[in-house]
Each structure stands twice: as C-alpha cells, then as structure tokens.
Design a protein around this ligand. Structure first.
Ligand code: ADP
Ligand code: MG
Length: 254
C-alpha cells in the first residue's frame, strides 16, 4: 500500500439553502484516505453521510474547506470541471443501482469509457469484458437491467464503477436495497476489489459490513466524532479471516 493520500479533506463544510432554511449538513470534516485503504463510514440517518460522499465523489461542491483528490485541489471546481475530473478519478456505487434501463448491461458498463473518450471500440470491449468478469456478470452482458435481480444489478453497477480504473471507489449504502445473501456477495466483491488495490470508501448502516473495512469513521451531526480500527480484511489482505470491530477508538479528530 502506498502512503500518499488519495483523499485529503480539511475543514470541509456544506450548508444547504432551501427557502428560509439553512441546513448545516457538514460542519468541519477532516479526513485523509491513503491509496489502497478501505474505510467505512457509519452514522445515523441525516448525519451527512450522503452529502460527504457526494462531495468526495465530485457530484457536489463544498461550501467551504479544502479537498485534494489524488494531489489536485478540487473544492473550487465548477460543475463542468467536476464532471471531467470525476470521470477520470471516481467510481460511484449507489444504494439504488442507478443503471440506465434503455441500455444493455454491456452498454451500461461501457458508458463511462465512452464519456471519457480516447479509447477505441476494441479497447473498450476488452475493459468492459474484464470488468464484467470481475463481478461474475459476463454471462448477462446482453441483458437489460430490468431482467436482472437486485444483486445482479448492483454487481453490474460495480463493474461500471471500476471499468475506468478510478483512483477511488465510493459506495453509498450499496447493500441497502439487497437481501442479506446478495448483500454478502456485494460486500465480498468490494472487499476483493480493495484487496487487489482499489481505494474504497463505503457508507453502511450495518456493523457487520462496516467491520469488513480496516478503518471505521463515525459521523454525527455533520462531524467525524470517532474513528476506530477494525480487524477487517480490507487494505491488508489475508491478515484476518474473521472480520470484527475491535474497540481501539482514536477519539475525535475535530
Ligand atoms: P445521510 O446520508 O447521513 O442520511 P444526508 O447527507 O443525506 O444524510 O443529509 C444530511 C442533512 O442535509 C439532512 O438534514 C438532510 O435533510 C439535508 N440535506 C441533504 N441533501 C439536501 C438538499 N439537497 N437540500 C437541502 N437539504 C439537504
Ligand atoms: Mg444517505
């Protein structure tokens, strides 16, 4: 594992303005994630998890603070610049899969490469085949999302997230709409991707899944209130077969 931070965020805040109401969704986040790490983010509903993921994933901009992504300052980019940077650096997995219904499995996974440009059809085919292979969905590439189970759709969404070899993979409650058997499979897949080098940040409600990660970050009311290390299999493969959180709280960083 390299020691350069892929994500380096300081004093990050987010205020949503709606009508007369100001919502302080993030009130000063400091977070560093090294290349190859696997970090779980936990916290009650409404504490800012999705807001944080959206900013880290360049879907939204912070109100204030700094964000260095793979060495580049990205906090002040406009929407177009964010989209450009996102396409090259970030893979996103959502709770609701977000596949495009009119496109086949193959076309869904190919889409980020088409947007990015620069690769010919044959090179794209290689990459898509590889990504689908890695999630065990090669045999369904001509299917459409509606013809797949939720667990299969999420595996395709993971293939789409990783096809462009992003610097980071962000997953916001990726098992939230899955039954436990399919949830287990998706978690297994994400852990394997991390073991092969992907930097992974995952939001989850489920302590069993969070414990797959090496590091658990707890969010409350828009702040990181605790971080703990886990015996999870993330980041350093093969160090433990039994995932389970160990109470080694580092305390608040704020
Ligand atoms: P979580 O994912 O932890 O449930 P969110 O990040 O979705 O939390 O929301 C954090 C807070 O910000 C909540 O109070 C939520 O109502 C508010 N919020 C989220 N998105 C928006 C938005 N687009 N406009 C206004 N308020 C929002
Ligand atoms: Mg959320």
């Amino acid at each position: 594992m390299s020691t350069s931070p892929v994500i380096d965020v300081a004093d990050l805040t987010k205020v949503y303005l709606t009508d007369e109401v100001e919502t302080h969704a993030l009130t000063g986040i400091n977070l560093r994630v090294l290349a190859g790490e696997y970090v779980s983010i936990m916290g009650p509903s409404g504490c800012g998890k999705t807001t944080l993921m959206s900013i880290l994933g360049l879907l939204d901009a912070p109100t204030d603070g700094t964000y260095n992504l793979a060495g580049s300052p990205v906090a002040k980019l406009n929407a177009r610049q964010r989209a450009h940077f996102r396409n090259r650096n970030i893979g996103f997995v959502f709770q609701s899969f977000n596949l495009i219904g009119d496109l086949s499995v193959y076309e869904n996974v190919e889409l980020p490469l088409v947007y990015r440009g620069g690769l010919g059809r044959v090179e794209r085919r290689h990459k898509v085949a590889e990504a689908l292979e890695s999630v065990g969905m090669s045999h369904r590439m001509r299917h459409y999302p509606a013809q797949l189970s939720g667990g299969q759709q999420q595996r395709v969404a993971i293939a789409r997230a990783l096809v462009g070899d992003p610097a980071i993979l962000l997953a916001d409650e990726p098992t939230g709409n899955l039954d436990s058997a399919n949830g287990e499979k998706v978690m297994e897949l994400l852990a394997n991707l991390n073991a092969r080098g992907a930097t992974l940040l995952m939001v989850t409600h489920d302590a069993r899944y969070a414990a797959h990660a090496k590091r658990i970050v707890r969010l409350f009311d828009g702040q990181i209130v605790a971080e703990s290390l886990s015996e999870g299999r993330g980041a350093v493969p093969g160090t433990s077969d039994v995932p389970g959180a160990v109470d080694t709280s580092l305390g608040a960083r704020a």
